[in-house]
Design a protein around this ligand. Structure first.
Ligand code: NDP
Length: 477
């Protein structure tokens, strides 16, 4: 019998998705460019379900029922194009190529069009949850032709994580929409992780706690509003003892963060769309700064600043940091969701943002109790411009803001860098200002570049003849 779906690319994600699909009763054909990997896969997992192992793309395609459903799980970038080029000539009209990797959304839109010209259907599907999620239930963000999605919907919803009997998988929108939403998910993940790192830094250097003690604090935090996968694993990572030194493992890990690009893409797109995305963007820059390790080493002995921890009253600090983390997190999510809203409008994707919060509640890296609140906000208020304006979040931030301000002030005085905490607070303070200082920016632009300004008391555009007689002229009449 032929297989209902094929998976090509059997590294960790492809292998685990193939196993997840097969374990739930769907026959799967498997293929990998280097066939040794396919053989290893079959030796290790071949008895977990109905697998058909294939060595060539011809055999792979021949093993599939029609319309063929081909899940491509190869390295993002050029390899995806290479696989499409190789496999397309072997396919028939209506067959479906599904890219489940972390592709950049404009590539997905381009590939969707190119495949359509060949009569093939292409889907760009975001998959989150890492290795473990892929095997036991990821969050799945499928984008592409709805009719194509209907052909794979049962497979995807069956393998996805389930929360309250709802699968963490919903059709996101056409062409690049699925990969876009996955990209923003990863960007939010960057912000969440950066906020956690800043809290850890403050608890270490201002509160003077060691890693296991901070791990315990995160464990406690995980019992409240902050309950989430990332807070939970932070507790574990901080409490892990290193076998070699007998001390905390984190203390011997090099402090240089790497990145694969999804956070940077999210920020780049925010700049293109004109959406203020400070939390995620600061998180990307913080990773970049961390990677300047030798420069930091030189600067540490040269640049002046306070030594953290001196004379701080620590009694309420831990609770203040928890509240600052929560408020900053609200801002990061408000910004990320505002970005998806803007992208949805710009690309005509018609994204259901409440559904995104729903499918992120389980399976993915940013899964959190908090997402239920976002889901409820959209259910209750429909098209929300900014989540900060939804009463639940308005009140949550109002309650946390005194603590948030104390933490930002303390960190600043003590010389601890908190780019995500402080930029989130600045965003909040900027957003709630009816009249900001951009009037002066416009005045300056008019002075040096005759860029004109608008007036609060009259319609039209105006220019002052700064260098001449100083009189004002209307420029649009
Ligand atoms: P990798 O990104 O490490 O890619 C390795 C796979 O790609 C191998 O099967 C390799 O085949 C294949 N490959 C590379 N180049 C080509 C090519 N030119 N033609 C054909 N096949 C090629 O695998 P992962 O499983 O880590 O990730 C797969 C995708 O999922 C990526 O897009 C990744 O970003 C994404 N992803 C990964 C997550 C993770 O936690 N790792 C989480 C979520 C998404 P060969 O064995 O022959 O070298």
């Amino acid at each position: 019998a032929k297989s209902r779906i094929g998976v090509t690319g059997l590294a960790v994600m492809g292998a685990n998705l193939a196993r997840n699909i097969a374990r739930r009763g769907t026959p799967v054909a498997v293929h990998n460019r280097t066939s040794a990997r396919t053989r290893e896969f079959m030796e290790a997992y071949g008895d977990e379900g109905a697998f058909t192992a294939t060595d060539s793309l011809e055999d792979f395609v021949a093993a599939l029922e029609k319309p063929r459903r081909i899940l491509v799980m190869v390295k993002a970038g050029a390899p995806v194009d290479a696989v499409i080029e190789e496999i397309s000539p072997l396919l028939d009209e209506g067959d479906i190529i599904i890219d489940g990797g972390n592709s950049h959304f404009p590539d997905t839109t381009r590939r969707t069009r190119a495949c359509a010209e060949r009569g093939l259907r292409f889907m760009g599907v975001g998959v989150s949850g890492g290795e473990e999620g892929a095997l036991n239930g990821p969050s799945i963000m499928p984008g592409g032709d709805p009719a194509a999605y209907a052909e794979v919907e049962d497979i995807f919803t069956t393998i996805a994580a389930q929360v309250d009997d709802t699968p963490c998988c919903v059709h996101v929108g056409p062409d690049g929409a699925g990969h876009y939403v996955k990209m923003v998910h990863n960007g939010i993940e960057y912000a969440d992780i950066q906020l956690i790192a800043e809290a850890y830094d403050l608890l270490t250097h201002v509160a003077g706690l060691d890693a296991p003690a901070i791990g315990k604090i995160f464990e406690e935090w995980n019992a409240g509003d902050l309950e989430s996968y990332l807070i939970e694993i932070t507790g574990e990572v901080l409490q892990k003892t290193d076998a070699r030194t007998g001390g905390p493992l984190v203390d011997v890990i090099v402090d240089e963060a790497e990145q694969k690009g999804t956070g940077r893409w999210t920020s780049q797109d925010a700049l293109e769309l004109g959406v203020p995305l400070t939390g995620i963007t600061e998180a990307v820059f913080a990773r970049t700064l961390s990677s300047l390790r030798s420069e930091r080493k030189a600067a540490a002995g040269t640049l002046a600043g306070p030594v953290p921890g001196a004379g701080e009253d620590r009694t309420d600090l831990v609770e203040d940091i928890r509240q600052a983390l929560y408020a900053s997190k609200v801002v990061a999510y408000a910004q990320g969701f505002a970005q998806m809203r803007a992208a949805s409008k710009a690309n005509d994707w018609n994204l259901d943002l409440g559904a995104m919060a729903t499918i992120w509640r389980g399976g993915c890296i940013i899964r959190a109790r908090f997402l239920n609140r976002i889901r409820e906000a959209y259910a209750e208020h429909g098209d929300v411009e900014n989540l900060l304006m939804v009463p639940y979040f308005t009140e949550a931030v109002a309650d946390a803001q005194d603590a948030w301000r104390r933490v930002v002030a303390t960190a600043t005085q003590q010389g601890v860098a908190i780019p995500a905490f402080s930029s989130s607070l600045s965003y909040y303070d900027g957003y709630r200002r009816e009249r900001g200082p951009a009037n002066l920016i416009q005045g300056l632009r008019d002075y040096f570049g005759a860029h004109t300004y608008r007036r609060i008391d009259a319609d039209g555009s105006f220019h002052t003849r700064w260098g001449q007689d100083g009189t004002e002229v209307r420029t649009d009449a």
